[in-house]
Design a protein around this ligand. Structure first.
Ligand code: XUL
Ligand code: CO
Length: 440
Protein backbone atom coordinates (compact mmCIF):
# COMPACT_ATOMS: atom_id res chain seq x y z
CA UNK A 1 0.00 0.00 0.00
CA UNK A 2 1.22 3.51 -0.82
CA UNK A 3 2.70 5.35 2.13
CA UNK A 4 0.93 8.43 3.45
CA UNK A 5 3.98 9.99 5.12
CA UNK A 6 6.17 9.19 2.13
CA UNK A 7 8.75 11.92 2.71
CA UNK A 8 9.38 10.82 6.30
CA UNK A 9 11.44 7.84 7.32
CA UNK A 10 11.93 6.43 10.81
CA UNK A 11 12.65 9.32 13.21
CA UNK A 12 16.12 8.94 14.68
CA UNK A 13 17.93 10.36 17.66
CA UNK A 14 20.48 12.90 16.45
CA UNK A 15 21.26 14.66 19.73
CA UNK A 16 21.36 18.22 21.01
CA UNK A 17 23.10 19.93 18.13
CA UNK A 18 20.83 18.51 15.41
CA UNK A 19 19.11 21.00 13.12
CA UNK A 20 16.91 18.29 11.60
CA UNK A 21 13.26 18.99 12.56
CA UNK A 22 12.48 15.32 11.95
CA UNK A 23 14.96 14.02 14.53
CA UNK A 24 15.00 13.63 18.32
CA UNK A 25 17.32 15.96 20.19
CA UNK A 26 16.90 14.39 23.67
CA UNK A 27 14.84 11.22 23.27
CA UNK A 28 17.18 8.33 22.67
CA UNK A 29 15.04 5.26 23.29
CA UNK A 30 18.02 3.03 24.07
CA UNK A 31 19.79 5.42 26.44
CA UNK A 32 19.85 4.03 29.96
CA UNK A 33 18.79 6.46 32.70
CA UNK A 34 19.22 4.87 36.12
CA UNK A 35 18.00 1.29 35.83
CA UNK A 36 15.94 1.53 32.64
CA UNK A 37 16.10 2.72 29.05
CA UNK A 38 14.35 5.96 28.16
CA UNK A 39 11.82 3.95 26.16
CA UNK A 40 10.97 1.89 29.25
CA UNK A 41 10.71 4.92 31.50
CA UNK A 42 8.53 6.97 29.18
CA UNK A 43 6.28 4.39 27.51
CA UNK A 44 4.99 6.90 24.95
CA UNK A 45 1.59 6.49 23.36
CA UNK A 46 -0.23 8.26 20.53
CA UNK A 47 -3.89 9.26 21.07
CA UNK A 48 -5.90 8.02 18.11
CA UNK A 49 -8.63 10.64 18.43
CA UNK A 50 -6.52 13.77 18.21
CA UNK A 51 -3.87 12.53 15.84
CA UNK A 52 -5.92 10.60 13.31
CA UNK A 53 -9.52 11.73 13.61
CA UNK A 54 -8.97 15.35 14.70
CA UNK A 55 -9.33 17.79 11.85
CA UNK A 56 -8.83 21.24 13.40
CA UNK A 57 -12.53 22.01 13.79
CA UNK A 58 -13.37 24.68 16.40
CA UNK A 59 -16.67 26.34 17.38
CA UNK A 60 -16.04 29.09 14.85
CA UNK A 61 -14.66 27.23 11.89
CA UNK A 62 -14.49 24.01 9.96
CA UNK A 63 -11.68 21.56 9.30
CA UNK A 64 -8.26 22.86 8.36
CA UNK A 65 -6.56 19.47 8.44
CA UNK A 66 -7.28 17.69 5.21
CA UNK A 67 -5.79 14.23 5.66
CA UNK A 68 -4.81 11.94 2.79
CA UNK A 69 -6.38 8.95 4.53
CA UNK A 70 -9.83 10.57 4.62
CA UNK A 71 -10.75 9.61 1.08
CA UNK A 72 -13.39 6.91 1.02
CA UNK A 73 -17.10 7.71 1.17
CA UNK A 74 -17.68 4.36 2.86
CA UNK A 75 -17.20 4.90 6.62
CA UNK A 76 -15.75 1.44 7.30
CA UNK A 77 -13.31 1.69 4.39
CA UNK A 78 -12.38 5.15 5.58
CA UNK A 79 -11.73 3.79 9.09
CA UNK A 80 -9.48 1.10 7.62
CA UNK A 81 -7.43 3.58 5.58
CA UNK A 82 -7.04 5.73 8.67
CA UNK A 83 -5.89 2.76 10.73
CA UNK A 84 -3.25 1.81 8.16
CA UNK A 85 -1.98 5.42 8.09
CA UNK A 86 -1.97 5.50 11.90
CA UNK A 87 0.33 2.49 12.10
CA UNK A 88 2.64 3.98 9.46
CA UNK A 89 2.85 7.20 11.53
CA UNK A 90 3.39 5.42 14.85
CA UNK A 91 6.05 3.10 13.41
CA UNK A 92 7.95 6.01 11.90
CA UNK A 93 7.70 7.96 15.14
CA UNK A 94 8.90 4.92 17.10
CA UNK A 95 6.25 4.94 19.83
CA UNK A 96 5.52 1.64 21.57
CA UNK A 97 1.83 2.31 22.33
CA UNK A 98 -1.43 3.84 21.17
CA UNK A 99 -4.81 4.51 22.83
CA UNK A 100 -8.32 4.77 21.40
CA UNK A 101 -12.02 5.22 22.06
CA UNK A 102 -14.26 2.65 20.37
CA UNK A 103 -15.83 5.32 18.13
CA UNK A 104 -12.47 6.82 17.07
CA UNK A 105 -11.41 3.67 15.32
CA UNK A 106 -14.74 2.45 13.93
CA UNK A 107 -17.83 4.36 12.82
CA UNK A 108 -21.10 4.35 14.73
CA UNK A 109 -23.68 2.29 12.81
CA UNK A 110 -27.44 2.73 12.51
CA UNK A 111 -27.92 0.27 15.38
CA UNK A 112 -25.78 -0.92 18.29
CA UNK A 113 -25.43 -4.28 16.53
CA UNK A 114 -24.06 -2.54 13.43
CA UNK A 115 -21.69 -0.41 15.53
CA UNK A 116 -20.37 -3.59 17.17
CA UNK A 117 -19.91 -5.25 13.77
CA UNK A 118 -17.98 -2.21 12.51
CA UNK A 119 -15.81 -2.31 15.58
CA UNK A 120 -15.07 -6.01 15.15
CA UNK A 121 -14.01 -5.45 11.57
CA UNK A 122 -11.59 -2.65 12.46
CA UNK A 123 -10.28 -4.47 15.53
CA UNK A 124 -9.22 -7.42 13.41
CA UNK A 125 -7.28 -5.02 11.16
CA UNK A 126 -5.73 -3.34 14.23
CA UNK A 127 -4.72 -6.73 15.58
CA UNK A 128 -2.94 -7.55 12.34
CA UNK A 129 -1.16 -4.18 12.22
CA UNK A 130 -0.14 -4.51 15.88
CA UNK A 131 1.41 -7.90 15.11
CA UNK A 132 3.21 -6.52 12.04
CA UNK A 133 4.65 -3.46 13.82
CA UNK A 134 4.98 -4.57 17.46
CA UNK A 135 2.97 -1.51 18.57
CA UNK A 136 0.85 -2.26 21.63
CA UNK A 137 -2.35 -0.95 23.16
CA UNK A 138 -1.79 1.16 26.29
CA UNK A 139 -5.52 1.51 26.92
CA UNK A 140 -8.90 1.36 25.36
CA UNK A 141 -12.04 3.23 26.32
CA UNK A 142 -15.62 3.83 25.23
CA UNK A 143 -16.83 7.16 23.90
CA UNK A 144 -19.89 7.84 26.07
CA UNK A 145 -20.12 11.54 25.33
CA UNK A 146 -20.25 12.43 21.59
CA UNK A 147 -23.56 10.96 20.48
CA UNK A 148 -26.72 12.99 21.32
CA UNK A 149 -28.10 10.04 23.33
CA UNK A 150 -25.57 11.01 26.03
CA UNK A 151 -26.94 14.54 26.31
CA UNK A 152 -27.78 14.04 30.01
CA UNK A 153 -24.81 11.78 30.76
CA UNK A 154 -24.12 8.06 30.35
CA UNK A 155 -24.20 6.13 33.64
CA UNK A 156 -25.40 9.34 35.33
CA UNK A 157 -28.14 10.00 32.78
CA UNK A 158 -31.65 10.49 34.09
CA UNK A 159 -32.72 7.93 31.47
CA UNK A 160 -32.21 4.26 32.45
CA UNK A 161 -32.12 3.21 28.77
CA UNK A 162 -29.02 5.36 28.35
CA UNK A 163 -27.43 3.69 31.40
CA UNK A 164 -28.09 0.33 29.74
CA UNK A 165 -26.74 1.46 26.38
CA UNK A 166 -23.58 2.81 28.02
CA UNK A 167 -23.18 -0.50 29.84
CA UNK A 168 -23.40 -2.39 26.57
CA UNK A 169 -20.82 -0.11 25.02
CA UNK A 170 -18.37 -0.53 27.92
CA UNK A 171 -18.88 -4.31 27.82
CA UNK A 172 -17.89 -4.37 24.17
CA UNK A 173 -14.98 -1.93 24.66
CA UNK A 174 -13.65 -4.11 27.48
CA UNK A 175 -13.83 -7.19 25.26
CA UNK A 176 -12.04 -5.38 22.45
CA UNK A 177 -9.37 -4.00 24.80
CA UNK A 178 -8.77 -7.50 26.12
CA UNK A 179 -8.66 -8.92 22.58
CA UNK A 180 -5.93 -6.41 21.65
CA UNK A 181 -3.91 -7.04 24.82
CA UNK A 182 -4.65 -3.56 26.25
CA UNK A 183 -2.67 -2.95 29.44
CA UNK A 184 -5.23 -0.58 30.97
CA UNK A 185 -8.82 0.55 30.53
CA UNK A 186 -9.78 4.20 31.05
CA UNK A 187 -13.00 5.74 32.33
CA UNK A 188 -13.25 9.42 31.58
CA UNK A 189 -16.68 10.65 32.58
CA UNK A 190 -17.25 12.81 29.54
CA UNK A 191 -20.80 13.85 30.37
CA UNK A 192 -20.91 12.44 33.90
CA UNK A 193 -21.70 15.69 35.67
CA UNK A 194 -24.41 18.31 35.62
CA UNK A 195 -25.36 21.76 34.40
CA UNK A 196 -27.87 22.78 37.09
CA UNK A 197 -29.01 21.35 40.40
CA UNK A 198 -32.51 22.60 39.56
CA UNK A 199 -33.03 19.40 37.54
CA UNK A 200 -30.42 17.07 39.06
CA UNK A 201 -30.41 14.47 41.82
CA UNK A 202 -26.68 14.49 42.45
CA UNK A 203 -26.66 11.80 45.15
CA UNK A 204 -28.62 9.44 42.89
CA UNK A 205 -26.35 10.11 39.93
CA UNK A 206 -23.21 9.43 42.00
CA UNK A 207 -24.72 6.15 43.25
CA UNK A 208 -25.41 5.21 39.64
CA UNK A 209 -21.86 6.03 38.58
CA UNK A 210 -20.64 3.67 41.31
CA UNK A 211 -23.13 0.98 40.23
CA UNK A 212 -21.82 1.28 36.69
CA UNK A 213 -18.15 1.04 37.67
CA UNK A 214 -18.91 -1.94 39.90
CA UNK A 215 -20.54 -3.70 36.94
CA UNK A 216 -17.40 -3.02 34.87
CA UNK A 217 -15.18 -4.47 37.62
CA UNK A 218 -17.39 -7.56 37.75
CA UNK A 219 -17.40 -8.03 33.99
CA UNK A 220 -13.61 -7.61 33.73
CA UNK A 221 -13.27 -10.43 36.28
CA UNK A 222 -15.76 -12.54 34.36
CA UNK A 223 -13.88 -12.29 31.06
CA UNK A 224 -10.42 -12.40 32.64
CA UNK A 225 -9.39 -8.87 31.68
CA UNK A 226 -6.43 -8.19 33.98
CA UNK A 227 -5.48 -4.70 32.77
CA UNK A 228 -5.49 -1.79 35.23
CA UNK A 229 -8.70 0.24 35.50
CA UNK A 230 -8.07 3.98 35.43
CA UNK A 231 -10.27 6.98 36.16
CA UNK A 232 -9.31 10.23 34.46
CA UNK A 233 -10.25 13.23 36.63
CA UNK A 234 -11.46 16.44 34.99
CA UNK A 235 -13.25 19.34 36.70
CA UNK A 236 -15.33 20.81 33.90
CA UNK A 237 -15.98 20.63 30.16
CA UNK A 238 -18.16 19.40 28.65
CA UNK A 239 -20.40 19.67 31.73
CA UNK A 240 -20.14 22.63 34.05
CA UNK A 241 -19.37 20.39 37.00
CA UNK A 242 -17.86 16.97 36.32
CA UNK A 243 -18.18 14.31 39.02
CA UNK A 244 -14.56 13.17 38.56
CA UNK A 245 -13.40 16.69 39.44
CA UNK A 246 -9.82 15.99 40.53
CA UNK A 247 -7.71 13.31 42.20
CA UNK A 248 -8.92 14.19 45.70
CA UNK A 249 -12.58 14.01 44.65
CA UNK A 250 -12.11 10.70 42.87
CA UNK A 251 -10.24 9.19 45.82
CA UNK A 252 -13.13 10.12 48.12
CA UNK A 253 -15.68 8.71 45.67
CA UNK A 254 -13.81 5.42 45.25
CA UNK A 255 -13.41 4.99 49.01
CA UNK A 256 -17.10 5.68 49.68
CA UNK A 257 -18.19 2.98 47.23
CA UNK A 258 -15.43 0.47 48.13
CA UNK A 259 -13.96 0.70 44.65
CA UNK A 260 -10.53 2.04 45.61
CA UNK A 261 -8.70 -1.25 45.22
CA UNK A 262 -9.80 -1.58 41.59
CA UNK A 263 -8.92 1.83 40.20
CA UNK A 264 -5.90 4.05 39.74
CA UNK A 265 -5.82 7.46 38.07
CA UNK A 266 -5.00 8.58 34.58
CA UNK A 267 -3.75 12.10 35.25
CA UNK A 268 -4.03 14.65 32.47
CA UNK A 269 -1.95 17.83 32.73
CA UNK A 270 -4.58 20.18 31.27
CA UNK A 271 -7.30 18.70 33.48
CA UNK A 272 -5.12 19.40 36.53
CA UNK A 273 -4.73 23.06 35.60
CA UNK A 274 -8.46 23.41 34.83
CA UNK A 275 -9.07 22.19 38.41
CA UNK A 276 -6.82 24.96 39.70
CA UNK A 277 -3.98 22.57 40.49
CA UNK A 278 -0.60 22.00 38.96
CA UNK A 279 0.07 18.82 37.01
CA UNK A 280 2.65 17.95 39.66
CA UNK A 281 0.08 18.37 42.44
CA UNK A 282 -2.26 15.83 40.86
CA UNK A 283 0.55 13.35 40.15
CA UNK A 284 1.88 13.77 43.67
CA UNK A 285 -1.48 13.31 45.38
CA UNK A 286 -2.21 10.21 43.31
CA UNK A 287 1.28 8.87 44.05
CA UNK A 288 1.11 9.27 47.83
CA UNK A 289 -2.24 7.47 47.74
CA UNK A 290 -0.89 4.58 45.68
CA UNK A 291 -3.12 5.60 42.78
CA UNK A 292 -0.81 6.98 40.09
CA UNK A 293 -1.60 4.79 37.11
CA UNK A 294 -0.97 6.59 33.83
CA UNK A 295 -0.64 10.03 32.29
CA UNK A 296 -2.36 11.97 29.54
CA UNK A 297 0.55 14.13 28.47
CA UNK A 298 -0.43 17.58 27.22
CA UNK A 299 -0.54 21.16 28.44
CA UNK A 300 -3.09 23.95 28.62
CA UNK A 301 -2.79 27.66 28.08
CA UNK A 302 -2.89 29.72 31.27
CA UNK A 303 -4.68 32.53 29.42
CA UNK A 304 -7.52 30.30 28.26
CA UNK A 305 -10.04 28.67 30.55
CA UNK A 306 -10.70 25.57 28.50
CA UNK A 307 -9.06 22.28 27.63
CA UNK A 308 -6.70 23.28 24.82
CA UNK A 309 -4.90 19.89 24.83
CA UNK A 310 -1.64 21.28 23.49
CA UNK A 311 1.48 19.27 22.88
CA UNK A 312 3.55 19.26 26.09
CA UNK A 313 6.64 21.38 25.46
CA UNK A 314 7.15 23.10 28.81
CA UNK A 315 10.27 21.45 30.17
CA UNK A 316 9.72 22.67 33.74
CA UNK A 317 6.39 20.89 33.83
CA UNK A 318 7.71 17.72 32.22
CA UNK A 319 10.65 17.69 34.66
CA UNK A 320 8.46 17.96 37.74
CA UNK A 321 6.10 15.36 36.25
CA UNK A 322 8.98 12.95 35.69
CA UNK A 323 10.16 13.66 39.23
CA UNK A 324 6.84 12.36 40.55
CA UNK A 325 6.83 9.44 38.13
CA UNK A 326 10.35 8.37 39.14
CA UNK A 327 9.41 8.67 42.80
CA UNK A 328 6.44 6.43 41.98
CA UNK A 329 8.88 3.77 40.79
CA UNK A 330 7.71 4.43 37.24
CA UNK A 331 4.34 4.18 35.58
CA UNK A 332 4.16 0.35 35.75
CA UNK A 333 1.39 -0.63 33.28
CA UNK A 334 0.72 3.05 32.49
CA UNK A 335 2.43 5.32 30.01
CA UNK A 336 2.70 8.85 28.67
CA UNK A 337 -0.18 9.17 26.25
CA UNK A 338 -0.15 12.31 24.11
CA UNK A 339 -3.75 13.38 24.62
CA UNK A 340 -2.77 16.46 22.64
CA UNK A 341 -3.73 18.02 19.37
CA UNK A 342 -2.04 20.35 16.96
CA UNK A 343 -3.17 23.98 16.86
CA UNK A 344 -5.70 24.65 14.11
CA UNK A 345 -3.09 26.56 12.15
CA UNK A 346 -0.63 23.64 12.25
CA UNK A 347 -2.44 21.73 9.55
CA UNK A 348 0.48 20.30 7.58
CA UNK A 349 1.05 16.56 7.78
CA UNK A 350 4.62 17.03 9.03
CA UNK A 351 3.27 19.02 11.99
CA UNK A 352 2.05 15.70 13.40
CA UNK A 353 5.67 14.60 13.62
CA UNK A 354 6.95 17.96 14.86
CA UNK A 355 4.35 18.03 17.63
CA UNK A 356 5.07 14.52 18.87
CA UNK A 357 8.84 14.95 18.58
CA UNK A 358 8.58 18.16 20.65
CA UNK A 359 6.57 16.34 23.32
CA UNK A 360 8.84 13.29 23.40
CA UNK A 361 11.96 15.45 23.64
CA UNK A 362 10.41 17.57 26.40
CA UNK A 363 9.68 14.45 28.50
CA UNK A 364 13.09 12.92 27.73
CA UNK A 365 14.75 16.15 28.90
CA UNK A 366 12.55 16.18 31.98
CA UNK A 367 13.42 12.56 32.72
CA UNK A 368 17.14 13.29 32.71
CA UNK A 369 16.84 16.37 34.95
CA UNK A 370 14.47 14.58 37.33
CA UNK A 371 16.82 11.62 37.52
CA UNK A 372 19.70 13.95 38.43
CA UNK A 373 17.60 15.64 41.11
CA UNK A 374 16.85 12.26 42.65
CA UNK A 375 20.43 11.09 42.37
CA UNK A 376 21.82 14.04 44.29
CA UNK A 377 18.74 14.00 46.57
CA UNK A 378 19.11 17.74 46.98
CA UNK A 379 15.36 18.37 47.21
CA UNK A 380 14.66 15.19 49.15
CA UNK A 381 17.36 16.00 51.70
CA UNK A 382 15.98 19.51 52.11
CA UNK A 383 12.50 18.15 52.72
CA UNK A 384 13.76 15.49 55.14
CA UNK A 385 15.58 18.16 57.15
CA UNK A 386 12.51 20.39 57.09
CA UNK A 387 10.46 17.69 58.85
CA UNK A 388 13.37 16.70 61.12
CA UNK A 389 11.50 17.76 64.28
CA UNK A 390 9.40 14.60 63.93
CA UNK A 391 12.45 12.34 64.29
CA UNK A 392 13.08 13.00 67.98
CA UNK A 393 11.33 14.16 71.13
CA UNK A 394 7.67 15.11 70.97
CA UNK A 395 7.65 14.72 67.16
CA UNK A 396 8.59 11.05 67.30
CA UNK A 397 6.02 10.47 70.06
CA UNK A 398 3.34 12.03 67.81
CA UNK A 399 4.31 9.63 65.03
CA UNK A 400 4.32 6.64 67.36
CA UNK A 401 0.88 7.59 68.63
CA UNK A 402 2.03 7.55 72.26
CA UNK A 403 0.72 11.04 73.08
CA UNK A 404 -2.71 12.68 73.07
CA UNK A 405 -3.91 16.23 73.56
CA UNK A 406 -3.20 16.15 77.32
CA UNK A 407 0.46 15.21 76.77
CA UNK A 408 0.72 17.81 73.98
CA UNK A 409 -0.58 20.45 76.36
CA UNK A 410 1.95 19.47 79.03
CA UNK A 411 4.74 19.70 76.43
CA UNK A 412 3.50 22.97 74.89
CA UNK A 413 3.23 24.67 78.28
CA UNK A 414 6.95 24.06 78.69
CA UNK A 415 7.86 24.85 75.06
CA UNK A 416 5.65 27.79 74.04
CA UNK A 417 8.40 30.01 72.57
CA UNK A 418 8.26 28.51 69.06
CA UNK A 419 11.18 28.93 66.66
CA UNK A 420 10.37 28.25 62.98
CA UNK A 421 12.90 27.95 60.15
CA UNK A 422 12.61 29.39 56.65
CA UNK A 423 11.07 27.37 53.82
CA UNK A 424 13.67 28.85 51.41
CA UNK A 425 11.33 28.65 48.40
CA UNK A 426 13.29 31.05 46.19
CA UNK A 427 16.56 29.30 46.97
CA UNK A 428 15.02 26.00 45.92
CA UNK A 429 13.64 27.54 42.73
CA UNK A 430 17.12 28.81 41.90
CA UNK A 431 18.58 25.37 42.58
CA UNK A 432 15.96 23.81 40.28
CA UNK A 433 17.00 26.30 37.60
CA UNK A 434 20.59 25.14 37.91
CA UNK A 435 19.49 21.55 37.28
CA UNK A 436 17.30 22.67 34.38
CA UNK A 437 20.26 24.38 32.76
CA UNK A 438 22.56 21.41 33.30
CA UNK A 439 24.74 23.22 35.79
CA UNK A 440 24.23 20.61 38.46
C1 XUL B 1 -11.12 14.64 27.33
C2 XUL B 1 -10.12 13.57 27.49
C3 XUL B 1 -10.46 12.25 26.90
C4 XUL B 1 -9.97 11.08 27.70
C5 XUL B 1 -10.42 9.74 27.18
O1 XUL B 1 -10.75 15.83 27.91
O2 XUL B 1 -9.06 13.79 28.03
O3 XUL B 1 -9.97 12.20 25.62
O4 XUL B 1 -8.59 11.07 27.77
O5 XUL B 1 -11.78 9.65 27.04
CO1 CO C 1 -7.39 12.65 28.40
Amino acid sequence: MREVFENVSRIKFEGRGSKNPLAFKYYDPSEVVGQKTMADHLRFSVAYWHTFTGKGVDPFGSATMIRPWDVSSDPVEQAKARMVAAFEFMSKLGVPYFCFHDRDIAPEGATLRESNRNLDEIVSLAKQLMQDTGIKLLWGTANLFSHPRFVHGASTSSNADVFAYAGAQVKKALEVTKELGGENYVFWGGREGYETLLNTDMGFELDNLARFLTMAVDYAKEIGFTGQFLIEPKPKEPTKHQYDFDVATVLGFLKKYNLDSYFKMNIEANHATLAGHTFQHELHLARVNGALGSVDANQGDMLLGWDTDQMPTDIYTTTLAMYEILKNGGLHSGGLNFDAKLRRGSFALDDLFYGHIAGMDAFAYGLKVAHKLLETKELEDFIATRYGSYQTGIGSQILKGTVGLKELEKYALEHDQIVNVSGNQELLEAILNQYMMGEK
